[in-house]
Design a protein around this ligand. Structure first.
Ligand code: MF3
Ligand code: CO
Ligand code: CO
Length: 255
C-alpha cells in the first residue's frame, strides 16, 4: 500500500479522532498514582472510550493484543500489557492511547511520573519529549523523513541517550499502521519527501542506556536489554501546505 494523502473530509475525521485520543490521556492523568494497577488504568480508559466517547480502542485484539491501552513502566520500552502490577513511587509510565472514530485512527502517548522518579528517569522523559518536539517542528512539505530521524538521533545521542531502532512512527488513517515508516534515526537527504495531506506519528523511544531491546515471552512487552529506563511520547501530525498540524494536541499544550 502506498502512502495515503488525506482529503479535507478525511482530515476533519482525523482531527476528531486525534482530539478524542488526547482527551483520554487528559482523563486518565489524575488516576496515575502510587498503588494503582495498570489493569485498573486500562479498565477506566476502556470504559471512557467505549461508554463516554463512543470510540473503538484500537489496541484491543489488534494482532491479538489483549487490552485496550499500552502501559509501559520504567525499563519497558513499549507495548506493555496492563496487568495486576501496582505502580509505586518513583516509577515512570508511558500510556499509549489509540482510538478509532468514524473509521479513522488517533494515536498518542505521554509519560507520567509517580511521585518523584530518580533524576535519570526524569531526564530520559524530558529528552524523549524534546526528541518528539524536534521532529514535529521540522515537518513541512519538501523535507525528508531521514532529515527528521537524523535530527532526533543527533539530539538524543548528544544527551547521552540512545534511540530504539526496531520500532518507529508510522503513517496512520483508516489503518492503525500505514506507510511510511517514520524512523527516529537516519541520514539527512534520505527517505520519503513529505507532501501536504500526509498523516503520521512521531513517537521516539529513547533509552537512558544502550539502544538494544528484548521481547518478553508474552510476545508483546518490549524491554531494554540492559534494563535502563526508556521513555516515549507520541503525537499524530498532519503535513499542511506550510508546515504541520498536531492532531493529538491537548488543550493548553504548546510545543
Ligand atoms: N500505539 C502503538 C503505536 O504507537 C501501537 C500499539 S499496538 C498494540 O504504534 F497492539 F500493542 F496495541
Ligand atoms: Co503509533
Ligand atoms: Co501509540
Amino acid at each position: 500500500m502506498a502512502i495515503t494523502i488525506k482529503t479535507p473530509e478525511e482530515i476533519e475525521k482525523m482531527r476528531v479522532a486525534g482530539r478524542l485520543a488526547a482527551d483520554v490521556l487528559d482523563m486518565i492523568g489524575p488516576y496515575v498514582c502510587d498503588g494503582v494497577t495498570t489493569e485498573e488504568l486500562n479498565r477506566i480508559c476502556h470504559d471512557y472510550m467505549v461508554d463516554v466517547q463512543g470510540v473503538i480502542p484500537a489496541p484491543l485484539n489488534y494482532h491479538g493484543f489483549p487490552k485496550s491501552i499500552c502501559t509501559s513502566i520504567n525499563y519497558v520500552v513499549c507495548h506493555g500489557i496492563p496487568g495486576p502490577k501496582k505502580l509505586k513511587k518513583g516509577d515512570v509510565l508511558n500510556i499509549d492511547i489509540t482510538v478509532i472514530k468514524d473509521g479513522f485512527h488517533g494515536d498518542t502517548s505521554r509519560m507520567f511520573q509517580v511521585g518523584t522518579p530518580p533524576i535519570v528517569a526524569q531526564r530520559v522523559c524530558q529528552v524523549s519529549y524534546e526528541c518528539m518536539c524536534i521532529g514535529i517542528r521540522m515537518v513541512r512539505p519538501g523535507i525528508r523523513l531521514g532529515d527528521i530521524g537524523h535530527a532526533i538521533q543527533q539530539y538524543a545521542e548528544a544527551q547521552h541517550c540512545s534511540v530504539v531502532r526496531e520500532y518507529c512512527g508510522h503513517g496512520i488513517g483508516r489503518k492503525f499502521h500505514e506507510e511510511p515508516q517514520v524512523l527516529h534515526y537516519g541520514e539527512v537527504g534520505t527517505g520519503v519527501e513529505l507532501t501536504p495531506g500526509m498523516t503520521f506519528t512521531i513517537e521516539p523511544m529513547i533509552n537512558a542506556g544502550k539502544r538494544h531491546i528484548k521481547l518478553l515471552p508474552d510476545g508483546w512487552t518490549v524491554v531494554t536489554k540492559d534494563h535502563s529506563i526508556s521513555a516515549q511520547w507520541e503525537h499524530t501530525v498532519l503535513v499542511t501546505d506550510t508546515g504541520y498540524e498536531i492532531l493529538t494536541l491537548h488543550p493548553g499544550e504548546t510545543l
